[in-house]
Structure formats: structure tokens, C-alpha cells
Ligand binder design. Sequence first.
Ligand SMILES: O=C(O)/C=C(\CC(=O)C(=O)O)C(=O)O
Length: 317
Amino acid sequence: MTTNPTAAFEKTPGWLDWYAGPSRPRFRPPEGAVDAHCHVFGPGEEFPYAPERKYTPCDASKDQLFALRDHLGFTRNVVVQATCHGADNSAMVDALRASGGRARGVATVRPGVSAAELRDLHEAGVRGVRFNFVKRLVDAAPRQDLRDVVERIRPLGWHVVVYFEAGDLAELREFLLSIPVPLVIDHMGRPDVGKDPDGPEFEAFLDFMRARDDIWCKVSCPERLSVSGPAALDGERRAYRDVVPFARRVVEEFPDRVLWGTDWPHPNLTDHMPDDGLLVDFVPHIAPTPALQQALLVDNPVRLYWPDADLTAPDRP
Ligand SMILES: O=C(O)/C=C(\CC(=O)C(=O)O)C(=O)O
């Protein structure tokens, strides 16, 4: 795999490009595994980055994503719209359409989005919208706008993917619990893993998950959360040890509501760029049994994103 230059756009200074030589994981994902959190970026010349973006990434195309999927031993992707593309979902939708049914998507839409636009997105494979509350990534959206979006997506059976940081949960909690469709929380609500996994902050997150049985959690992004490492580099297979107790708590308490994803191409990392093969080797540390791995990587994401597909058919997507 090679990294394309971002010809028409200048990358954010200090940008770390995704790692183009990932190792082959030692951990073999179960048959039909889903990378349930990844992105496509551009290519900027074909799918320009949004004027309101807070960062300009390195291009990361659908073909590069699909090559990584195959290399890591995964079968499917959930492609999540990232803020650098704003509410222009065309790069993501292009990836879904090219995937032969092996990718579903999570879009960003504006209030007032029409039923016809949503139907087109659904037909392409979109099954949710993302609400991003991370202040360095987006300007805050009025709650009423978000409620408007929820009312429009509700008839389609979609869910809302929510990205926030641990410190903002108390303020968001009641609003999120009032959203009348399933919620999927990115990266465990970004805990401060320097704190106690059994302490009040992470307990508040688990308590939020207990409040409804349709709140899902991505036990993803150890490379973003870890303070102590060691990083998934240079053959390190016991990477990100400080994140493990947090993710295990979630996996063990909510085995049927957890998802996992690479977060390729890992936007906005400033410290290091992980080897995605070694990142896959993180999975058995957080989901130690075959039954937990099957739920995390196959059964749960299929239930959420491919509920009607016959994945046993010979040409299954
Ligand atoms: O890839 C992620 O999930 C995390 C991101 C980027 C992002 O979410 C976005 O741009 O929409 C981050 O923390 O910078």
C-alpha cells in the first residue's frame, strides 16, 4: 500500500500519515469480522475537504481501506463520516457503493435534510448519523437541530453515533438519554485512562450505558486513549496496557453491545501512528474468549448494520 499525497490540499502541520506497511496480525479475527469504525479521506482532488473543517488530513482512499480490510483478515467495514468532510458524505457513500455490500456507513446530515436525501443514503448503505461533541473537531450544534435530525432518521430505523469526551458526559447525559433511537458511543466516551477504571468517572460512563439497553459502545482507539503505552509499534503485542482494564469492563458487562474498529487512518494522532496489524492483536486482550471475540467482531456489528442480510449466501457481502 502507498500513501497518496494530498495534492489539492495542504495537510495540517505535523500531520502523521497512516502507516503503509502494517504487519499481519497474529490474532486471526473470526470469519466475517467487521471493522466497525474507520474512515475514508478524499482523495481531496476527487472529494474535496469541507471548508469548515478543523484539520486537513492525508488522503486515505476506499481502495486503501479495502486493501487494509483484506490484509487484516476482516470482511466488512463501517465507514464513519469524519468532520474533515463536514456534511458532504460523498466520499463515504462512494466507498459504500464500491464495496459490494461489504461496507455500511454513518453519515453527518444537516437539520432539514430531506426524506429523499435520507432514502438515497439508506440505499447506499448508511444506517446511522454521527453527532460529534468534541470541541476541537466541531462547533457546537444547537440541540434542537439534533432533535430535528433524529425525527427525520427515526422512520428509517437508524441509530445515532455519538462522540464526546469523558468530561462532557455529565452535561450531555440527559440529552443523550432523551434521544429515541439507539445510541453508539465512540471510543468508550474517551475516558481518562490515567484514572482508576473502577473510579467514579468511568463508573459514570458505565452507569450511562446501564440506563438503556440500546446503548452500544465501541471499545476502540486505545492508541488515542493510552497514556503509558507501549505503542503498537516494532512488534509490540501487549500494546496500550493502560486501556485494557477500561475496555474489558465494558466488554464483560455488555458483551452484546460492544463493537470494535481500527479507526484507520487514525486522524489527529500527534504522538505516533500505530501498526494496524498490531492494533488487531490488542483485541484478545480486551475480549479474551472466542465467544466474546465472536460477539465483538461479528455478531454485534452484523446485528446493528446488516440485520436483514443473508450472510450465509454463497456470494454473501
Ligand atoms: O477518528 C475518530 O474517531 C476520531 C477523531 C476524528 C473524528 O472523529 C472526526 O474528524 O470526525 C479524533 O478524535 O480526532
